[in-house]
Design a protein around this ligand. Sequence first.
Ligand code: LLP
Length: 479
Amino acid sequence: MLPPADSLAPDWLSVPEDANDLAPGVWPASAVRDDAGELRIGGVGAAELVRTHGSPLLLLDEPEVRSRARAFHDAFAAATAEHGTTSRVYYAGKAFLSTAVAQWVTEEGLNVDVCTRGELEVALAAGVQPHRIGFHGNNKSVSELERAVEVGVGTIIVDSLIEIERLGAITARTRSQQNVLIRVNSGVHAETHDFLATAHEDQKFGFAFPDAEAAAARIREIDGLRLLGLHCHIGSQIFGVAGFRESASRVLELHERLRADGDLPLLNLGGGFGIAYTRVDDPTPIEDLAREIVDAVASGCAVRGIPVPELAFEPGRAIVGTAGVTLYEIGTTKDVVLDAGTRRYVSVDGGMSDNARPALYGAQFSARLASRAGGGGPVLVRVVGKHCESGDIVVEHEYLPEDLAPGDLLAVPATGAYCASLASNYNHVPRPAVVAVSGGATRVIVRGETIDDLLARDAGITGIRTADGGASGPAEGER
Ligand code: LLP
């Protein structure tokens, strides 16, 4: 008999039969418990990983990233081939970018989407061919655009008339040709598990439809720019296809109108495919998503009597999210007595500096003991970090074994996307290393920060001088 659900537990969280089980779909395929009960990922035990690389630690399961990248590539290739066209899948580097990851995904057939100079430089340092890079952003600076044109980035997704003029001036000056897409705001805004087909014009990204027509006309006047098509992105962590379908059907209307004045060979429908963070999340298999989205675009084109363009997609989270597992060490536990019951707080040695998603979005995660299988029946816990904020939550609600204790390692799955990339040094906590695991081997792909790294930027300690001889930091007049 299971104990009754704790009165402090949310409705969606049921008491697990076994608080050591690994929920299907939430963990990388390689995650198992060995005979002694220890969690192993990529063939390596949690305790050994922390002994070697420290705690907290972000693990990235390389075969999981590769197989998801390949699955996206193949699913969209198959779905578009059915309709006599082709597809390009860009990995959205904002989810997590390092040279290793850029290499894995491009080796599996993907392109790379970047949205800043920094992301662009990582992709280039990884050896990604520039024509396989798409460059996003609502406020790309002149120097960012100059660098993108100089290295020969494949597509620049323009977001404002000002950017179009900047790009026109750069291509004229450098006598170059640049392919561009116009980012449009389809009015469909999908967040979390539902999509809201409501007007969502009041946001910073993209052109409204009437403005996009003016943007297209202007781009077509500029010799150095070639308009390839439209781009839209409706949100992130989206389940199902309804939002993508609705957005595609709206964008096709504009696509058809703009085709009257010239070829538009490409349509980019963005990213946003959801993953499972807890056992109640149930994302649609990518093969089904790809088929349904592409079929919807193809039938929209058929109704309009226009050819199906090449289709592009930009998954980020769905490539790396499930491949990531964060290991923490439990430091303290505390039972807090409330009117509705007692909540056990479990404090770990990281928190909102390595995973800001619960604090930023109220995101839910799950957790399991990693260094051993625990005993004593499931107890409702809240896993919190070490930061000086009460919102510093890692896992808001989870059932874990009753006997968990300081020194145990805890694993939080589905942390591959938007955790390391959103990490900070809040409270001067060094950011953890990112370690790739594969077939029993480990490789550091991003070095963990040290206290020396933190102190190195404080000019009062290091006396850093800039190249022009001035002290780094604020300019004279700003002090
Ligand atoms: N393409 C564009 C233009 C985007 O803005 C994004 C994400 C993506 C693709 C990739 O979306 P994905 O497939 O990863 O959902 N920090 C938030 C998510 C922000 C997404 C920003 N744009 C989070 O942690 O939930």
